[in-house]
Design a protein around this ligand. Structure first.
Ligand code: NAI
Length: 475
């Protein structure tokens, strides 16, 4: 088996944590039981690009239990848990000497070159074949396949320019090496039946490609299942934003002024958690609806400019770029903590920060850096501006990820087994499946659901067994 992880000897520790996680992931375990016999993913060759954590290990082994062949990478250079990666490679039946699990190409602290190399490896099955399904988080695997196929069609790879981000240079170098007359990327794209996308940012990219007419295969938007974005993005971040801050800095949050940029699902979870710790939370927003929500939830809503000089903690949650600029950071108070929990590292202008004349970066510990300005004040930047909850802590806990990943597995089964029903486009899972995912998690929390009577169901115009809401209901 080909694979590349940090240290296979961590597999035993990883396996113990996977066993604990399985108990906290009732949705995934129920899906394993439901499909044990029918094996709906037999024949599926799934390339996954999603944070290689313990929870993801349970997802991967669920896909395998349903018959799939899988190859995996992390979708972030800092988010791999090395013991999880090792355990997945070794597999439940294998040993360190004789690994029998799944090829994983991921370790914590990859360089950008290594990151994209890993993605390339996972997209190439031994024997020169590619995957027939992608499971993506943030859209990097989908992007690579699309760009490769696009440049093969054009017959050339354009050069990156000085104004392009560093990462684009790395991607272009990879494509210059791999785009060629044998049309590897085009062949990979042709074989892919579809992609299931985990997060807001990746979904955004998919809709853009579909609008531009460049999307090459159908996609299921897992993010907008209610049991994903209204749970993982919100309650997951409510847990892991504090975990990231604590593990990185251990600063007392109570009494501090914390700024949350963006009040979407992630922002709502972060603001709630910081308030729960006793911080005075201030929200910034561009959308009047979200701004009004924040105000009515009791938060001060103002601009970053107003608060940048006195806030203690900053968390960006927008999925947008240049939210916190180098100029903002120059005006922050000494030891202000600057962090991002949105998908990419350009929410905080890290490139601009590095260009400030006389600035000095110093590592406190991995994923925690001080940046000292020439005037003597410094700020603390978490995870180099990348996802702080995955870079500085261990991301979301198992129970909430069980909701997200049960959607992922159901979406993979949908696209793989009903390919003809999904012409190229971007889809969300039907509501009865969304409700099913929630249902699978109720018992574990001791929830007793009230059942509609037949008369009540008729009165409100739904079936007794659901779905209970119209598609446009917002929860
Ligand atoms: P969302 O679209 O619900 O929320 C983003 C909010 O930011 C919107 O309300 C938007 O109006 C606001 N916004 C945009 N530009 C802004 C600006 N210049 N200033 C202030 N506010 C601005 O998206 P969601 O689901 O909350 O996701 C946000 C990001 O977090 C995405 O990149 C997503 O991929 C990522 N994400 C990260 C997770 C993690 O574990 N770290 C988990 C789930 C999502």
């Amino acid at each position: 088996m080909d694979f590349k992880v940090a240290d296979l000897s961590l597999a035993d520790f990883g396996r113990k944590e996977i066993r604990l996680a399985e108990h906290e992931m009732p949705g995934l375990m129920a899906v394993r039981r439901e499909y044990a016999e029918s094996q709906p993913l037999r024949g599926a060759k799934i390339m996954g690009s999603l944070h290689m954590t313990i929870q993801t290990a349970v997802l991967i082994e669920t896909l395998v239990a349903l018959g799939a062949e899988v190859r995996w990478v992390s979708c972030n250079i800092f988010s791999t848990q090395d013991h999880a990666a090792a355990a997945v490679v070794v597999g439940p039946e294998g040993t360190v000497e004789n690994p029998q699990g799944v090829p994983v190409f991921a370790w914590k602290g990859e360089t950008l070159e290594e990151y994209w190399w890993c993605t390339e490896q996972a997209l190439n099955w031994p024997g020169g074949d590619g995957p027939n399904m992608i499971l993506d988080d943030g859209g990097d695997a989908t992007l690579l396949v699309h760009k490769g196929a696009e440049y093969e069609k054009a017959g050339a790879v354009p050069s990156a320019t000085d104004s392009d981000p560093e990462e684009w240079h790395v991607i272009i170098d990879l494509l210059k090496r791999t785009v060629g007359p044998d049309k590897t990327w085009t062949k990979i794209a042709e074989q892919i039946k579809g992609v299931t996308e985990e997060t807001t940012t990746g979904v955004h990219r998919l809709y853009e490609m579909f609008k531009a007419g460049s999307l090459l295969f159908p996609a299921i938007n897992v993010n907008d299942s209610v049991t994903k974005s209204k749970f993982d993005n919100k309650y997951g971040c409510r847990h892991s934003v504090i975990d990231g801050l604590n593990r990185a800095t251990d600063v007392l949050i109570g009494g501090k002024v914390a700024v949350v940029c963006g009040y979407g699902d992630v922002g709502k979870g972060c603001a709630d958690a910081l308030r729960g710790q006793g911080a005075r939370v201030i929200v910034t927003e561009i959308d009047p609806i979200c701004a009004l929500q924040a105000a009515m939830d009791g938060f001060q809503v103002t601009t970053l400019e107003e608060v940048v000089s006195y806030a203690d903690i900053f968390v960006t949650t927008t999925g947008n770029f240049n939210i916190i600029t180098a100029d903002h950071m120059a005006r922050m108070k000494h030891n202000a903590i600057v962090s991002n929990i949105g998908h990419f590292d350009n929410e905080i202008d890290m490139a601009g920060l590095a260009r400030v004349p006389g600035i000095e970066k110093s590592e406190v510990k991995p994923q925690v850096h001080t940046w000292a300005f020439p005037d003597g004040h410094q700020i603390i930047v978490l995870a180099e501006g990348r996802l702080m909850n995955l870079g500085c802590a261990t991301g979301h806990p198992s129970f909430v990820m069980s909701n997200s990943f049960t959607n992922q597995v159901i979406a993979q089964i949908e696209l793989f087994t009903k390919t003809d029903e999904y012409p190229i486009g971007v889809y969300v899972l039907p509501k009865h499946l969304d409700e099913k995912v929630a249902r699978l998690h109720l018992d574990a929390l001791g929830v007793k659901l009230t059942e509609l009577t037949k008369e009540q169901a008729e009165y409100i115009g739904v079936a007794v067994e659901g779905p209970y809401k119209s598609d446009h209901y917002r929860y």
